[in-house]
Ligand binder design. Structure first.
Ligand SMILES: Cc1cc2nc3c(=O)[nH]c(=O)nc-3n(C[C@H](O)[C@H](O)[C@H](O)COP(=O)(O)OP(=O)(O)OC[C@H]3O[C@@H](n4cnc5c(N)ncnc54)[C@H](O)[C@@H]3O)c2cc1C
Length: 463
């Protein structure tokens, strides 16, 4: 039986990053994967969606070329080519992980991994052959898949999840997106920009419900302006797929309404991959569908760990990677600081983009903080005006007493690349005054951060 120091089960951004860090630290490492290397993120999540969104954005530029003084006589979209490009990008990224595994001397074991007591992993290959491997430490990183609602069973054709949504053979004319978290909103933006008639149905009163309410409202305005129908405080109670398309019954405060569409995309969250992987045999504790871990990702059974979407905490690629690195560094005996889940940035890559970190204004008030709030609209930013992207703003929230930067919320072009400033500043426990005195380059969208902070301290210049 092959013996390793560390075996990682699952090769998403949690698993493969963990394996690389383990190898860097001198551990003999293997990774088990039943599909393509790279997990949901590289194959069916973060990366292929961003490729689709880029095509949509280029298409939007073409549509609005005249706004920039340009005339594009003929342009069209080729939906199949857009999807093909996205799949190509994903494939390339997965090959990149293959290269990284080789470079870091990590053994890749193809097949379905099941953990066993005695620190063993049984891998069933495509030929159904079972092989056992032994390790001192076993890290579970099996991730998650699209969650199904009982009222919205997915048939993969008319009622679909995210995998099908990014790989449709034909562009739907009408699409209903159920759920307005990052995944639902990104697909809504993509399909609307490509010319599909899109309706977003959200159960809660606001779209992107985890975001600050001002951001949710602004995004709703932008989406409505772009032609997306937005239904909030609304619920799909029934779908009828017996006809040519889908008839979805939607319950709102005003009563019931039946909407017709070609396809319904269910984007109501994720379901962890914890079935049949041996958790019960080994005795690993779970709660509400997640594997329970401590600050260092140790499960209740010594020698077994879990990281990424399969554990509690934000289901994001950068969280999965950070958890994996921390987990193996702890195994290596390094002094590690537990992850601060309050300082994790979250991004939605529609247009305008949304990015945030820390507390919303409502959360800060609920926690009893006395706060200073600053806001700077991109309509007052020279760079945003020059770029033709004046929609959105930066909003900052500070603790009035000690100057702690409690939260930062952005909506606008390119803000997903700007939020890291707030993450680093918060990590360094920077106060508003320090951000204010850190000179930002002109003209950039990032000046809006400095100006929003200035606004919080009544020193704003360009308003
Ligand atoms: C459409 C979409 C867009 C997204 N966009 C973003 C984004 O922009 N930014 C962001 O941060 N996050 C995004 N996410 C979330 C992100 O993809 C996940 O948080 C991330 O992939 C989780 O990483 P993971 O390593 O925990 O699991 P996964 O990426 O799910 O990887 C788990 C891997 O384990 C394998 N596996 C499962 N069970 C077994 C088994 N028994 N044996 C062997 N292999 C197994 C699976 O095949 C898979 O490859 C998006 C998700 C989706 C669906």
């Amino acid at each position: 039986m092959s013996k390793y120091d560390i075996i990682v089960v699952g090769s998403g951004p949690g698993g493969y990053v963990t394996a690389i860090r383990a190898s860097q630290l001198g551990f003999k490492t293997a990774i088990v994967e039943k599909e393509n290397l790279g997990g949901v993120c590289l194959n069916w999540g973060c990366i292929p969606t961003k490729a689709l969104l880029k095509s949509a954005q280029v298409f939007e530029y073409l549509k609005h070329a005249e706004d920039y003084g340009l005339s594009v006589k003929e342009y069209d979209k080729d939906f199949g080519a857009v999807v093909k490009r996205s799949r190509g990008v994903a494939e390339g990224m997965s090959k990149g992980v293959q290269f990284l595994m080789k470079k870091n001397k990590i053994d890749v074991i193809n097949g379905f991994g099941k953990i066993k007591s005695g620190k063993k992993v049984e891998v069933t290959g495509s030929d159904d052959k079972k092989t056992e491997y032994q390790a001192d430490h076993i890290i579970i990183a099996t991730g998650a898949r699209s969650r199904e609602l009982p009222s919205l069973p997915q048939d993969g054709k008319k009622v679909i999840g995210y995998r099908e949504a990014m790989n449709l053979p034909e562009q739907p004319k009408k699409l209903i997106v159920v759920g307005s978290g990052a995944i639902g909103i990104e697909f809504a933006y993509f399909y609307n920009a490509m010319g599909t008639e899109v309706t977003v149905v959200e159960y809660l009163p606001n779209i992107v419900p985890v975001e600050d309410e001002d951001v949710s409202k602004q995004l709703e305005r932008s989406f409505k302006k772009a032609g997306v129908k937005v239904m909030t405080s609304a619920e799909v109670t029934k779908v009828d797929t017996s006809g040519k398309g889908v008839k979805a019954t939607i319950k709102t405060k005003k009563g019931e309404e039946v909407l017709e569409a070609d396809i319904v995309l269910s984007a109501v969250g994720i379901k962890t991959n914890i079935e049949n992987i041996g958790l019960e045999d080994v005795g690993i504790a779970t709660d509400r569908d997640k594997i329970l871990v401590n600050d260092y990702y140790q499960t209740n059974i010594p020698g077994y760990y879990a990281i990424g979407d399969v554990t509690p905490g934000q289901a994001l690629a950068h969280v999965a990677s950070a958890e994996g690195i921390l987990c193996v560094e702890k195994i290596a005996g390094m002094h590690v600081e537990a992850l601060d889940y309050g300082n994790i940035p979250g991004c939605t890559y529609c247009m305008p983009e949304v990015a945030s970190v820390g507390l919303t204004e409502k959360q800060a008030r609920e926690k009893g903080y006395e706060i200073k709030v600053g806001k700077f609209p991109f309509s007052a930013s020279g760079k945003a005006k020059a770029s033709g992207t004046p929609d959105g703003f930066v909003k900052v929230i500070f603790d009035a007493k000690y100057g702690e930067w409690l939260g930062c919320h952005m909506i606008g072009a390119g803000v997903t690349d700007m939020i890291a400033e707030a993450v680093v500043a918060r990590k360094l426990e920077t106060t508003g005054h320090e951000v204010l005195k850190a000179v930002h380059p002109h003209p950039t969208m990032s000046e809006a951060v400095m100006e929003a902070v200035a606004d919080a301290y009544d020193e704003v210049i360009h308003l």
